[in-house]
Design a protein around this ligand. Structure first.
Ligand SMILES: Nc1ncnc2c1ncn2[C@@H]1O[C@H](COP(=O)(O)OP(=O)(O)OP(=O)(O)O)[C@@H](O)[C@H]1O
Ligand SMILES: [Mg+2]
Length: 239
């Protein structure tokens, strides 16, 4: 099945966004499919994070629409978008350094739509055993890779339909990136949908079903994993 023949979980249509006077997104259109990994690539500064922040309502889009699983969400505040089913793992992770690992994960339950403020610790720790070992440590004392696992765990306990990851491999050791890829692939096999922003092609290729390439605030190309020209794609990456 091709990308668009599968059910869509997310439709972003003609999104525009600015910071003050500077226009960053110039009409981005893309969609993500259920139970798939959709990956956005592109070099530094092309607007990938701004797109995700617009998706979450952290940056207000000035034009365009966003639909999640059939509901239009682009006018909703950020916390409601999360409750509609988006689990967001921001670039740089943004864990809370003075809270413990357990407390950081618990924060993610605030995005649950059923108001249950509890999570299955065994389930999370089976995916990320290090978080069990460090359950009572302060988040700020974890390594970058451990913090990334913590940020993913925090997003997962909100029971998302769509997990959104912004450069999860940035600044972390390759061994941990492989562990993360393995966990994500298992979740996708169980039906989770993922929207991934990534610059490392090796990591992206472990997961991605479909690619979008961004340049200067626009999508300039997209292709399924089976017919993408990776040599051409590399021209649009920083390294
Ligand atoms: N808060 C902000 N205020 C003003 N300009 C910003 C702000 N955040 C980002 N920008 C600018 O917007 C442009 C797009 O930035 P964005 O962070 O979306 O890029 P990116 O594709 O995620 O890059 P990277 O790969 O380095 O994370 C850049 O020129 C950046 O300098
Ligand atoms: Mg970014």
């Amino acid at each position: 099945m091709t990308h668009l023949e599968r059910g869509r979980i997310l439709d972003i249509n003609n999104i525009h966004a600015s910071y003050g006077e500077s226009k960053i997104l110039n009409g981005v259109t893309l969609s993500a499919t259920k139970g798939h990994v959709t990956t956005i690539m592109g070099r530094n500064g092309v607007g990938k994070t701004t797109l995700l922040r617009s998706l979450m309502g952290i940056v207000k889009s000035t034009e365009g629409t966003i639909n999640l699983n059939g509901s239009q969400i682009d006018k909703l505040p950020t916390h409601k978008r999360a409750k509609y089913g988006i689990g967001y793992v921001p670039q740089g992770r943004e864990i809370i350094p003075k809270l413990t690992v357990y407390e950081n994960i618990l924060i993610g339950t605030e995005s649950r739509s059923d108001y249950i403020r509890h999570f299955e610790e065994d389930e999370i720790y089976s995916m990320f055993p290090i978080l069990k070992e460090f359950r009572n440590r302060l988040g700020g004392n974890l390594s970058g890779g451990q913090q990334q696992q913590l940020a993913i765990a925090r997003a997962l306990v909100g029971n998302p339909l769509l997990l959104v990851l912004d450069e999860p491999t940035e600044g972390i050791q390759p061994s941990i990136t492989f562990e993360i890829a393995e966990v994500l692939n298992k979740l996708v096999d169980k039906g989770l949908s993922v929207l991934l922003v990534e610059q490392k092609l090796d990591f992206a290729r472990l997961l991605s079903d479909h690619y979008y390439i961004m340049d200067r605030g626009r999508v300039i190309k997209d292709a399924d994993k089976d017919n993408i020209d990776f040599e051409e794609l590399k021209k649009y990456l920083s390294v």
